[in-house]
Design a protein around this ligand. Structure first.
Ligand SMILES: C[S@@+](CC[C@H](N)C(=O)[O-])C[C@H]1O[C@@H](n2cnc3c(N)ncnc32)[C@H](O)[C@@H]1O
Length: 540
């Protein structure tokens, strides 16, 4: 109901008659100043519930506002508050021995109750504004999203200052405008805490680092990931790696804009925005870490569930349905290796999408931990096709560093060619890198070129470097120019003619040009043949 208090004279009503003086009801835009002034005078020091101020010693607990208001309503024999639902899930952090007051301005004629402001007093009587739930306060977001909005504003500012500076490109942003609002003590703490989190994440001693990540389609080449700097043992909290979590109202979630780190609690189905360093952690279906909230419910930390090696990406499991039903759109490395999720239906676009990851060193862990770039090129295809593209892109400095580190420190072992059963049979002659399938030999060739110190082609649009100019051009075409080819039969988009042809073989023409030379079984795309060879042990 629209309300203009400036034109009305109203009554601040008292249940016990002690403070029933008539006062002009403030203009709704002035409520903040007036309520604050009233509060600062501690006008109602000895009142319990008197119609204007409800006062409650919290003893450090979150007050039950609904009960408080219900009590007030019963006591006053008046109609229920129209905004009562706004109180059911207030999330107010309260210090030990705080006193909470809430102010109720009542306009009797129209029986409209508006809870104007909520204050906390600490033991020194400092007043801070917590919430405003007036109906016609011109808030640009739902009042219950306030903490989340402050978090978003802080995140946009500090990611730009700390992470973007480090990586040299603009990473995720919630695009929340910086609303001018007076912060409460608690809100100020949210802001400061966030700043400190980010500041410590770029300090020398930090045990993890940010790295660019171009793996995920919807990030269009401007994603980031968190990589460990040290060996992290299993079941350890990762120091400093966490984020803040606050409830956000549905109306304030904008799909594709600020929803990249929104989680739903399974028990309450409420949505929370989770931001901070940990919001740069990507999902993997067999993650090496988990979310862990111990203590402060609004600060969620990250705990390892496997041993994490220096140089290894830290990943968490977002949930079973985060990337569509059964994570059918998941593009994680595990899905890629197992041809599940996003890769289950799109075998023919695998090499388009797996453009990011450097092949990492195979370790003495199970071979699944190895990131293998999934170029699917075979002998039949490689010489002729202009679209052949093996994205062994190399931020060469990084990669060589990893090699050096592993040699020097001996903390990472080579796969060892003695491991007869390992599927990683194709070894680089200069370092410990191993490849799973022979069909990735182009990737390997590219990689080996690095050891020769061959020319490095740097993409002018991003940080990536390539041993082969052709690959760089293809990368530019794919990632920066977005030039894809379209299937005329079903409108699906592919990175090149070859991928389109594989798609057509598999889905439309149903032809199988790739034959196993051992058992003569035929396949529509070469990587299916490679998998078959590996599974059946039908070596070439
Ligand atoms: C919380 S952020 C993780 C960090 C992200 N790379 C970034 O730079 O903002 C979540 C986003 O990362 C991407 N992402 C992370 N893991 C993914 C996966 N397994 N499959 C597809 N996209 C993923 C998606 O774009 C998702 O919306």
């Amino acid at each position: 109901m629209p309300m203009d208090w400036s034109s009305d004279e109203g009554t601040l009503c008292s249940s016990n008659g002690r403070t029933g003086t008539t006062k002009p009801v403030p203009h709704c835009h002035d409520w903040r100043a007036i309520a604050e002034e009233t509060a600062s005078k501690r006008f109602y020091d000895d009142c319990a519930l008197d119609g204007r101020v409800a006062k409650l010693k919290t003893g450090g607990k979150r007050p039950d506002f609904k009960q408080l208001i219900d009590h007030h309503v019963t006591h006053k024999q008046t109609t229920p508050y129209p905004y009562i639902k706004d109180y059911q899930s207030f999330d107010v952090s309260i210090d030990e021995d705080s006193v909470i007051e809430f102010y109720i301005f009542k306009e009797e004629e129209i029986e409209l109750y508006v809870v104007c402001a909520l204050y906390t007093y600490n033991e020194h009587s400092t007043v801070s504004l917590q919430y405003n739930t007036t109906q016609n306060e011109e808030l640009p977001f739902h009042p219950k999203s306030r903490n989340a909005i402050i978090l978003c504003m802080a995140d946009d500012e500090f990611t730009e200052r700390f992470v973007d500076q480090k990586l040299g490109f603009r990473t995720h942003k919630t695009h929340t405008p910086t609303w001018q609002m007076k912060f409460s003590r608690v809100e100020h703490r949210i802001w400061k805490f966030h700043e400190e989190l980010y500041a410590s994440s770029v300090s020398k001693n930090c045990c993890f680092r940010y790295e660019p990540c171009m793996r995920y389609t919807n990030e269009k080449g401007f994603g980031a990931k968190i990589v460990s700097n040290v060996l992290i043992k299993k079941n350890k909290m990762i120091p400093g790696l966490g984020g803040q979590l606050f409830f956000i109202h549905d109306n304030d979630i904008k799909a594709g804009v600020n929803d990249f780190s929104v989680f739903t609690r399974s028990c309450s189905l409420k949505q929370f925005v989770y931001l901070g360093l940990a919001a740069y952690i990507n999902h993997d279906c067999e993650s090496n870490a988990v979310f862990s909230s111990i203590g402060e419910p609004s600060y969620v930390q990250i705990k390892s569930v496997k041993q994490i090696l220096p140089g290894e990406e830290i990943t968490v499991f977002y949930g079973r349905g985060y990337f569509g039903d059964n994570n059918a759109q998941c593009e994680c490395m595990t899905c890629e290796n197992n041809m599940k999720g996003f890769f289950s239906k799109k075998v023919d676009t695998v090499d388009t999408m797996a453009v990011d990851d450097l092949p990492t060193i195979t370790v003495n862990d199970p071979p699944e931990t190895v990131n293998v770039p999934a170029s699917t090129e075979t002998k039949e295809e490689s010489e002729t096709d202009d679209d052949s593209y093996t994205d062994t892109d190399v931020s060469s400095s990084d990669e060589n560093e990893v090699h050096k580190k592993t040699d020097d420190e001996g903390s990472i072992q080579s796969t060892g060619s003695s491991d007869v059963d390992s599927p990683y049979k194709y070894h680089c002659s200069n370092c410990d890198l191993s490849f799973k399938y022979n069909c990735w030999k182009d990737t390997m060739r590219e990689h080996e070129r690095l050891h020769l110190g061959g020319p490095k082609h740097k993409c002018e649009h991003c940080y990536k470097q390539f041993g082969d100019k052709r690959n760089m051009n293809m990368h530019i075409k794919l990632i920066h120019q977005g030039s894809m080819v379209k299937c005329q039969k079903c409108d699906k988009m592919y990175s090149g003619k070859r991928q389109l042809r594989y798609h057509d073989n598999r889905v439309h023409s149903k032809i199988k040009p790739f034959e196993c030379n051992i058992c003569a079984e035929r396949f529509p795309v070469p990587c299916m043949l490679s998998v078959h060879r590996l599974k059946m042990d039908h070596k070439e």
